[in-house]
Ligand binder design. Structure first.
Ligand code: AMP
Length: 506
């Protein structure tokens, strides 16, 4: 049986011309596909030489760079399991992942080695190696290990990567993504988004999250594209590089930041064939403003760490703002009610998904895995959604963010949409806060677009638009919403901040 190793699949699509470029960093030399393959062989050989066996974990908290890409691909090639971590995590946070993932090796920025060495030793890590943003560090060794010329023969169910979900509370959950999971998603998206030979991909996403590491990188490598690898998202730098790009992927905040740049216009997007958004909801307003300014209709898709991509708006066809499109080919989705029974189209329930993209479960947490999967193999996303008769999905919010006020369900996304449509509102977030009468009261946090807004004025504007039980009982104003690196609003922070919103009503 042919190997299911993802690196073998990607490599089979590498361009044949010897000089074809793969990674174009902002600083430093470009790397060709041929060099990339040689370097992954060399590093895979080093992993083996250091005793990292197939199936063993390599924890990586490394700055984004071509070397970080090579490290990931070398792990795939050697059959080891890549475990990327956000570089913002503190030593203390990394310690929890060391304990959970039990890696054989930790690779981190050399500056972090002193702070992490005791924790790594305590967790039984054999090798702690440094790799900096310029791709330098002890990681490369003396070059004495023989390169791994072959690609490890992986079975379909072999785990390629352990990705920790972005949840910030409780024990971290590592989603076990197999070679087959990642390959199926990459092939689907590459076909669905109409990639063409020779296209340049502009990569400004982090490499520790599914969006940047899998969606953007895998589709680009499958396409044999040259990849402009920016160290991080910087709006000025992205605008400067857009004219050379055919494909750009970002989170919604990236698009709003780009819109703040006066030089963003049609001319600078002239080569762009598709720009993709995901990881958090894209405001309909952002979609409209981006189209008016650049002529580009942002293509919104939806996915999760545990499942890869689940749905996408079509590349050819209608991209409807506020919806996340249709289930990917081969991926089944259903919307279920509280009893777990599927709901008729148009009703709001929890979205469940089954398909070759869905992870094998949570690392070391069989009980948790059983809780999040139905017996028939569907994974419970925890996202509330509504499906139209033609299969198009609209997300309504996270189930755990649902506000129950006076026994009535209020979907924060619905209130946020009504608020965001009001003049003078840039964006908003709606949460529930403990209320002496209603159990929970609806609280809105609003970011004004310019001039300060008044609470009474906004409440008046909403009164004809939303049933009274959905209307915010309190509205607070902030200059910005707290977000994580992937652009998701940190509602848990807001719930903490406004926990006393109704205290005076006791
Ligand atoms: P993560 O596991 O960090 O990728 O987060 C997954 C969650 O992000 C999903 O369960 C959704 O709640 C949210 N998400 C991803 N894409 C979208 C989207 N296009 N619109 C709204 N929410 C999204």
């Amino acid at each position: 049986m042919a190997s299911s190793n993802l690196y073998a699949l990607l490599r089979s699509r590498f361009p044949r011309e010897p000089g074809a470029l793969c990674l174009l960093p902002e600083a430093g030399d470009p790397l060709s596909y041929a060099e990339l393959d040689l370097q992954t062989a060399r590093l895979a050989g080093r992993l083996r030489g250091l005793g990292v066996r197939p199936g063993e974990r390599v924890l990586a908290q490394v700055p984004k760079s071509p070397a970080a890409v090579i490290l990931y691909l070398a792990c795939l090639r050697a059959g080891s399991v890549y475990v990327p971590l956000n570089d913002a995590y503190t030593d203390e946070e990394v310690r929890a992942f060391l304990v959970d993932a039990e890696p054989r090796m930790l690779v981190c920025d050399p500056a972090r080695v002193p702070g992490l060495s005791a924790a790594a030793r305590a967790a039984g890590v054999d090798h702690l190696l440094g790799l900096d943003a310029d791709g330098r560090g002890s990681f490369w060794g003396e070059g004495s290990d023989a390169p791994l010329e072959d690609v490890h023969e992986s079975a379909e169910g072999d785990v390629a990567a352990l990705l920790y979900t972005s949840g910030t509370t409780g024990r971290p959950k590592g989603a076990m993504l197999t070679h087959a999971n990642l390959a199926s998603n990459a092939l689907s998206l590459h076909a669905l988004w109409g990639f063409e030979a020779g296209e340049r991909v502009l990569h400004a996403l982090p490499l520790y999250h599914a969006h940047g590491l899998f969606v953007a990188l895998h589709t680009a490598l499958l396409n044999g594209s040259s990849i402009r690898l920016l160290p991080r998202f910087d709006a000025a730098q992205v605008v400067a590089r857009l004219p050379e790009a055919a494909v750009f992927m970002g989170v919604p905040t990236h698009y709003t930041r780009l819109l703040e740049r006066p030089e963003l216009d049609r001319a600078c997007c002239r080569s762009l064939r598709v720009c993709v958004s995901g990881s958090a909801p894209l405001l309909a307003r952002t979609h409209a403003e981006f189209e008016a300014r650049t002529g580009q209709r942002i293509l919104e898709r939806y996915g999760m760490t545990e499942t890869g991509m689940i749905t996408s708006n079509p590349w050819r066809g209608d991209r409807v703002p506020g919806t996340v499109g249709y289930a990917l080919p081969g991926v089944e989705v259903r919307v279920v009610g509280e009893s777990g029974a599927p709901l008729p189209d148009g009703e709001v329930g929890v979205l469940e998904v089954r398909g070759p993209n869905v992870c094998a479960g949570y690392w070391g947490m069989p009980e948790r895995t059983r809780q999040e999967f139905r017996e028939d193999g569907f994974f419970v996303t925890g996202d509330l959604a509504r499906r139209a008769a033609d299969g198009r999905i609209r997300l309504v919010g996270r189930a755990r963010d649902l506000v129950i006020s006076g026994g009535l369900n209020v979907h924060p996304a619905e209130v946020e949409r009504a608020l965001d449509a009001l003049p003078g509102v840039r964006e908003s977030a709606v949460i529930g806060a403990p209320h002496p009468d209603f159990g929970e009261g609806v609280v809105a946090v609003v970011v004004p677009a310019g001039a300060p807004l008044g609470e009474a004025e906004l409440r008046d504007a909403l009164s004809g638009r939303l049933a009274s039980f959905k209307q915010p009982k309190r509205i607070f104003f902030q200059e910005a919403l707290p977000r994580n690196a992937m652009g998701k609003v940190r509602k848990e922070d807001l719930r903490g901040l406004y926990a006393d919103a109704f205290e005076s009503e006791q």
